[in-house]
Design a protein around this ligand. Sequence first.
Ligand code: PAF
Length: 301
Amino acid sequence: MTARPAPDAGREASWPRHRMRREREIAIVRRVVGGWKRLGHRVAFVPTMGAIHEGHLGLVRRARASAERVVASIFVNPLQFGPQEDYKRYPRPRARDHALLAGAGVDLLWEPRAQDLYPPGECTRVRVTGLGDVLEGGSRPGHFEGVATVVLKLLHVVEPHLLWMGQKDAQQARLVEQMCRDLHLPVTVRRGATVREPGGLACSSRNLYLDLAQRAQAVGLSRGLASALRALRDGERSAARIIGVVRRVWREYPDLVPDYVSVVDAHTFQPVRRVQSRVLVAVAARVGKTRLIDNLEWGPP
Ligand code: PAF
């Protein structure tokens, strides 16, 4: 009996993972990806704003396992930041990002320039109504219009078979899924689980802003969610009481300034009074100047 080579063997031998190609130009990205597709390769895409952390790397690993080729992008998208937000100071550790993405197996890293994605005179915006107006959309007006617009632009250039989004930004993932469905985009959106630091803090590029004392406060977000999960598992079904459980935990974290704690339908993002189907317990709070979000998705057995 002849031993079958692992499906990846040929590819691994000819394209070592560390040889990540970096490109800026839209036309080149299209040409490279188009070439792969003509060879019959499936392409998975992981869009990021850089400041790469384990959450991103988890997505890249899932992408690697799901396709022959992995494209990632780094673009700090000005359109999704409010005027008072951290666009200018958003971390941009480029050399570190390149090394991490190459090490995780990205084949092509696309780093578009702002003037390429938003050339003078461009004026098209994408708005996902309803889903984009609540929770993060309520607290950050215009945020999801910026996200939907840039993700659509990125998808039109890369044209991947698979798009990998993080569950940590559950509302963003849901909104992008809806946009892809509504616009009949030939892409499958997949979600990767939230990756957490040892203390429970969800991995986020904005964790880089936190000093040690702030980190100790920021873990309140995941601790609150852990208590909510225990309550749900113990049979609590009242949204108000679950919200109360989270807020009680947060009282132990005096420097955690709540924005919202909501229990919403995991599909429509509308608030629920009782947990009868799959829900998202979504939280947002500030520690110092840093705004953090986290969530827990849960469905009754
Ligand atoms: O989650 C992010 O990093 C960004 O919102 C995204 C999806 C790359 C769009 O700019």
